[in-house]
Design a protein around this ligand. Structure first.
Ligand SMILES: Cc1cc2nc3c(=O)[nH]c(=O)nc-3n(C[C@H](O)[C@H](O)[C@H](O)COP(=O)(O)OP(=O)(O)OC[C@H]3O[C@@H](n4cnc5c(N)ncnc54)[C@H](O)[C@@H]3O)c2cc1C
Length: 411
């Protein structure tokens, strides 16, 4: 009897991006026998976003659809269908094309780019989040337009890289004094600023955009920049407006307030990926992570829980990881640091390959690796096991990072 009831039960996943698609896969891997419906607002089969600012933008790849056979997995895909309201009391999701009943619901609606105010409908002001955005920008690159990029964050840097490769004239304007100011300290990012000039892109820091109109970007200090096209990369915010009135708790940053097993404030509703924050015991704070690896790991916790209950699911507290390909460099970061953590250089930032470690109470908590993937891989494992670093060897690039450990004290 139990088995029959389980088989008939329905999981509805809202958002058919990385986290949504991988939740469907993980549910089948965990042995979920019931129905699975994946509801996505975009018309395209679920696809991967990192290639959008790299190969897809340059025309080296047509698309980046996931290699997942949803038919073989018996997953119902409802594409081009936006959810707009959730009624937990009735276990009902309202979508543009009618209501859907659920037993368990997974919120995986991701994030959307922040925009300059008043720029929503402007045809020459772009963002880069979706396959449609990438396709539009691909023709901009192919036509070698003069481009102003607003924001020198991860997306701005990757877009500028591709645009320079395509031969466009590129100016990047950044309100902070350095690129990546929100993510990394100035001691590091001032070296990254040089990468822009090396590639032939102009970087203007401390430059606040006050208006964009008729092919001109106006800066707060009165400077005017001519631009055929403007690309805005000023961060992203969780897509959670549609949850208003549902009773699902949100945090002040707009993320769904999930617990350590990615459960929301409402029973049988989970949240995963870019739209959800979770309490990290590892780092002693709530984390909202907008990176691919987090959207891959979270689905395993959610699926295990739906199938086996909380006892069957590990807590979601990964060592965060991401990578970026910019200006001919492979930049990787694992862990999480704050301004209070001790920074340790491993190599020279004017060289092509170097790393930085962050220590908290002697333990390695984060590592940044530029062109040193081994440091990253080894550092990530050391962070996972809370290893104490031996500063001398850790700063010496001829010593493998994995051996630069004070085992006696770190375990
Ligand atoms: C251009 C680009 C490059 C990136 N490069 C890297 C990289 O190099 N390294 C890295 O670590 N990370 C990278 N990322 C980040 C990474 O891609 C994201 O962290 C990941 O895609 C998050 O997955 P997600 O499923 O949570 O959200 P998303 O991928 O945003 O998917 C959410 C989906 O939900 C849909 N949706 C939203 N609202 C609704 C609704 N109401 N109803 C139905 N569907 C809805 C959206 O249309 C979207 O398709 C990149 C992101 C972008 C945009």
């Amino acid at each position: 009897m139990d088995e029959v009831e389980h088989t008939q039960r329905q999981v509805v996943i809202v958002g058919a991006g990385m986290a949504g698609a991988h939740t469907a896969v993980a549910l089948r891997e965990e042995g979920w026998p019931g129905a699975i419906t994946l509801v996505g607002a975009e018309p395209h089969p679920p696809y991967d976003r990192p290639p959008l600012s790299k190969a897809v933008l340059l025309g080296a790849a047509e698309g980046s659809a996931f290699d997942i056979d949803f038919t073989a997995l018996d997953v119902e895909l409802l594409l081009g269908r936006r959810a707009h309201r959730l009624h937990p009391d009735e276990r009902r999701l309202d979508t543009e094309a009618g209501p859907i009943a659920y037993d368990h619901l997974v919120i995986a609606t991701g994030a959307e780019p922040r925009r300059l105010s008043g720029s929503h409908a402007a045809p020459r002001i772009h963002v880069l989040r979706t396959l449609d955005d990438a396709e539009r920008l691909r023709s901009v690159l192919a036509a070698r337009r003069r481009i102003v990029v607003v924001g020198a964050g991860w997306i701005g840097a990757e877009f500028a890289t591709a645009a320079r490769e395509a031969g466009c004239e590129v100016t990047v304007v950044e309100a902070a004094d350095q690129p990546l100011a929100g993510a990394l300290p100035a001691e590091i990012t001032r070296h990254m600023a040089d990468w822009y000039a090396e590639s032939g892109a102009r970087l203007l820091t401390g430059a606040q955009v006050s208006a964009v109109a008729d092919g001109t970007v106006l800066l707060a200090d009165g400077r005017r920049l001519t631009a055929d096209e403007v690309v805005v990369g000023i961060g992203a915010r969780p897509v959670t407006d549609w949850l208003a009135g549902s009773g699902v708790d949100l945090c002040p940053d707009g993320s769904v307030r999930a617990d350590e097993r990615l459960r929301t404030s409402v029973p049988e509703i989970y949240a995963v990926g870019d739209c959800a924050s979770f309490p990290s015991a590892r780092y002693g704070e709530r984390l909202l992570i907008h990176h691919w690896d987090n959207a891959l790991q979270g689905p395993r916790t959610v699926a295990a829980q739906i199938v086996s209950g909380p006892a069957g699911a590990a807590v979601h507290d990964p060592v965060p990881y991401f990578w970026s390909e910019q200006f001919g460099r492979f930049v990787q970061y694992a862990g999480h640091h704050t301004g209070a953590d001790e920074m340790l250089w491993r190599g020279n930032p004017t060289d092509t390959a170097w790393s930085v470690c962050w220590l908290r109470a002697e333990k390695l908590v984060a590592v940044l690796a530029v062109g040193r993937p081994r440091d990253l891989a080894q550092g990530r494992k050391l962070i996972e096991r809370g290893a104490v670093l031996d500063r001398g060897p850790a700063a010496d690039t001829s010593v493998p990072l994995k051996t630069a450990v004070a085992e006696r004290r770190g375990g």
